[in-house]
Design a protein. Structure first.
Length: 421
């Protein structure tokens, strides 16, 4: 199993190129099931989660060719409407095949995603959405069995503005009979990007990027070529890397309009930012000001940056509070950050942080994707050497992070620690 060995204390400098968005790519790949044929998807990140969804698509019968950042998807013979437990258990986003399979084949059998390290993360809104569209949904033996002769448009109010449920319902509704209105829909850029892909395929969708998305079902869709948006979480993580190490970075190939809240918080925290088109330049003033954040749905501060922000605040010049309203249990990084010397204490859905001048290298363990990113950031400023175990978590969502960091001057190596688990 791979670990990262990081020698901290080096200010990063240089340019880093941002990859395509994982959370946009995943539903866009499954949306290819909605119309048989050949698609070419550009700016797809080379990530473990993307390879998992590609594997799942192959199980369903699609042909996938994935070179560099271009994925060719051929769904001409994709007709096995099932997502097995072995794949779904490794990645919750596999649930994104439910809507397309149901819309195209009138049936789907998809393993229920389990819980995860930070709370139960239910899929009830996905299932209620499918039922509202006229599907019969049954849970049996750990599987969701859904069927519908013909899906019919309906008014669907989401109790929680869920990214996944909005995407799944949109994908089911595009081929339904009549009009679907999703109220309290997710406004995240990844959902907008999925919607734009569906519109190019021939779908009729209004209100993308607002709380009310209206979909007029069409009889059929057609394959297209499409470019996925840049990953705003990867970009934000590198911005924090620049600030936390007291460095100066150019974050290139990103979409600053998707990152307004994070950019504003980075300025509050002492970063000097300059934005030109798709490049963000960050320079540290040598001071990290304590800055509270509370995660919110988009355009608020993203929960996917909560752990990285906690790492930044661990070396701020004073105390701060980081609160997660989206996932109140998403704090597995807290005890690991403490191993690096951070003074952080969790109370309910918040962490109270007393910033310290120094962290100290230590062996720590990745527990999930963003938690791992926070440990890498903390290790980059910690004195001495840190070993970060189980980096397979970080490989799910950051493309070649160690190579990108090395190019910026970081001392980071990937090493096989000889452990099987
Ligand atoms: C997506 C992102 C994830 C991000 C999250 C929130 C992908 C692949 N993953 O996850 O990186 O952290 O959005 O921005 O895009 N909920 C329910 N019932 C449901 C579904 C969700 O109660 O059926 C709740 C969740 O428990 C959570 C909130 O809704 O409290 C938001 O979750 P959701 O937006 O659905 O997250 P995901 O789509 O799983």
């Amino acid at each position: 199993m791979d670990k990262f060995v990081i020698e901290g204390g080096i200010s990063l400098s240089g340019t880093v190129e941002i990859s395509g968005s994982k959370n946009a790519a995943l539903p866009i790949i499954t949306a290819c099931l909605l119309a048989p044929g050949e698609y070419r998807l550009y700016n797809i990140p080379q990530l473990k989660d993307v390879r998992t969804i590609a594997h799942l698509m192959r199980v369903i019968g699609a042909k996938i060719d994935f070179q560099d950042h271009t994925m060719r998807v051929d769904t001409t013979h994709a007709d096995f409407p099932e997502a097995p437990y072995e794949l779904v258990k490794t990645m919750r986003a596999s649930i994104y095949v439910l809507g397309p399979l149901l819309a195209r084949f009138g049936k789907a059998r998809v393993s229920l995603p389990g819980g995860c390290a930070w709370g139960p993360r239910p899929v009830d809104l996905h299932l209620k959405g499918m039922e509202k569209l006229g599907a019969e949904v049954e849970l049996e033996g750990g599987y969701i069995n859904a069927k519908a002769k013909k899906l019919k448009g309906n008014y669907i109010y989401l109790d929680v503005s869920s990214v996944g449920a909005t995407g799944n319902i949109m994908m089911a509704a595009v081929l339904a009979e009549g009009t679907t209105v999703i109220e309290n829909a997710a406004e995240e850029p990844e959902i907008v990007n999925l919607g734009e892909f569906l519109i190019q395929m021939g779908a009729q969708i209004q209100g993308l990027g607002t709380k009310t998305v209206t979909i007029n079902g069409v009889k059929e869709l057609h394959p297209v070529d499409f470019t996925v948006i840049p990953d705003r979480i990867e970009a934000a993580t590198f911005l924090v890397a620049g600030l936390i190490t007291g460095g100066e970075l150019m974050i290139s190939g990103c979409e600053p309009r998707h990152m307004k809240e994070v950019l504003s918080k980075l300025t509050d925290a002492g970063g000097q930012l300059k934005i030109e088109n798709d490049v963000i330049h960050i320079r540290s003033t040598g001071h990290i000001r304590p800055t509270d954040v509370t995660t919110q749905v988009y355009p608020g501060f993203p929960t996917d940056m909560q752990a990285q922000w906690t790492a930044l605040m661990a070396v701020a010049e004073g105390g701060s509070v980081v609160t997660d309203t989206i996932y109140p249990d998403r704090f597995t990084h807290v005890p690991e950050l403490r191993r690096l010397g951070a003074d952080v204490e969790r109370k309910g859905n918040a962490v109270f942080i007393r910033g310290k001048k120094r962290l100290k290298g230590a062996p720590v363990m990745s527990t999930d994707l963003r938690a791992s990113a926070s440990l890498v950031l903390a290790a980059l400023v910690a004195e001495g050497v840190s070993d970060i175990h189980r980096v397979y978590h970080i490989d799910r969502g950051y493309e070649r992070i160690e190579e990108k960091l090395r190019k910026l001057g970081a001392r980071i190596e990937r090493v096989d620690d000889g452990k099987l688990y």
